[in-house]
Design a protein around this ligand. Structure first.
Ligand SMILES: *Cc1c(COP(=O)(O)O)cnc(C)c1O
Length: 364
């Protein structure tokens, strides 16, 4: 237990949590079928919509599940075998949307990016007038760090009359994200990423037009039937027991963010990210050339030393970064800039990485 905990996390989720969240999570949970808890839910829901930049008339579904469940539930509730979806796939999370559509027999086509390829509006043109009814995208493809061009995607969906579903799990509260202004119909988020909370809660937020157009019949699932969630939320409740503790953390964090101001928060994340990218210029490593989210920085070493760096940072220095999968697994680590980590913590991390490189040279 102790070894798992005494570390500083530079990971994308769970992240290094804020003391105020830890204070909330260490308390006795209340019973939740009460008017007091309903009030709290409704207040949290209003703040969430405000931070997402969507109208109060949008509906949110608070699921007790990880982010993947939000992805699957959204697809199950919004689409059927009569639809045809376009999936932008540039990594692990894009592949997950592909798997979900395959399992649920929903027709789809995949716009697959090559390793290191930057997404551009031109990628969409071959799919114009192809009879697509919806588009699925992980706006920040966390496995590579690429942040796609939401304006281009949104323009395409609008001219094609497609429902735009955005997995915003690792971009919300990290980068600018304005659901209504960007023409996003459905947003997916999750508690352990930008919100910096315990895992356990995922939210699907759907604009009014999409609710009206898409919810003629119930999903073929009991737990994930959105209509049930929407009905319950009118009285500030969920159909089943929510992750009550994570819900309390969420309410506290949303209060804090609304008070602090979204722009101030985003500027903080951005400052850490730019500081880190500046600091690593002297390392024998590159960062990808495609557009990146401020949430994290992929560091691609010139040599196959990612495993050594990851282990040494964790075991000898108490700092944890994200490993990288795929072709770059041996060369890449990913460093997140969200959570209770300061500029000074980032400087310590860069020093740590330099030390790892020196140690390895000496051992070699
Ligand atoms: C973390 C993440 C998810 C959800 O993963 P879970 O492990 O199911 O919480 C989904 N999409 C993206 C882009 C993510 O970064």
């Amino acid at each position: 237990m102790a070894e798992v905990r005494q570390q500083k996390l530079f990971t994308i989720g769970p992240v290094q949590m804020y003391p105020r969240t830890l204070a909330v999570s260490g308390t006795q949970l209340p019973y939740f079928r009460t008017s007091e808890f309903s009030e709290l839910m409704q207040r949290a829901d209003g703040m969430l919509k405000r931070l997402l930049g969507t109208a109060d008339t949008s509906k949110s579904i608070w699921l007790t599940a990880s982010g993947t469940a939000a992805m699957e539930a959204a697809v199950m509730n919004l689409f059927s075998s009569r639809d045809k979806l376009l999936i932008i796939c540039g990594g692990v999370f894009g592949e997950r949307f592909v798997d979900i559509c395959r399992r649920h027999d929903i027709p789809y086509d995949v716009l697959r990016l090559k390793e290191n390829e930057a997404f551009s509006e031109a990628h969409l043109q071959p799919y114009a007038d192809g009879g697509f009814t919806g588009l699925l995208v992980n706006l920040h493809e966390t496995s590579t760090g690429q942040l796609y061009d939401i304006q281009a995607i949104s323009r395409f969906c609008k001219t094609q009359g497609m429902v735009l579903v955005v997995d915003a799990i690792s971009t919300f509260l990290c980068d600018e994200y304005e659901m209504d202004r960007y023409g996003i119909d459905v947003s997916l988020i999750s508690s352990q990423k930008g919100l910096c909370l315990s895992p356990g809660l995922s939210m699907v937020v759907i604009n009014e037009r999409t609710v009206q157009q898409r919810f003629q019949q119930s999903a073929k699932s009991l737990y994930f039937d959105f209509q049930d969630y929407i009905r319950n939320m009118e009285r500030g409740q969920t159909p089943f027991t929510p992750a009550v503790g994570t819900m309390l953390e969420a309410c506290d964090m949303l209060d804090y963010l609304c008070e602090k101001g979204l722009q101030v928060h985003l500027a903080e994340v951005r400052e850490r990210c730019l500081y880190f990218r500046q600091m690593i210029q002297s390392l024998p490593a590159d960062i990808p050339a495609f557009p990146l989210s401020n949430a994290l920085t992929p560091v691609i070493f010139y040599e196959d030393i990612a495993g050594y760096v990851f282990q040494t940072l964790k075991n000898e220095m108490g700092m944890v970064v994200n490993p990288t999968g795929g072709l770059l697994a041996n060369r890449g680590i990913r460093v997140a800039h969200i959570g209770n980590i300061s500029l000074a913590d980032h400087a310590t991390l860069v020093e740590g990485i330099k030390q790892c490189l020196n140690m390895r040279n000496q051992r070699a």
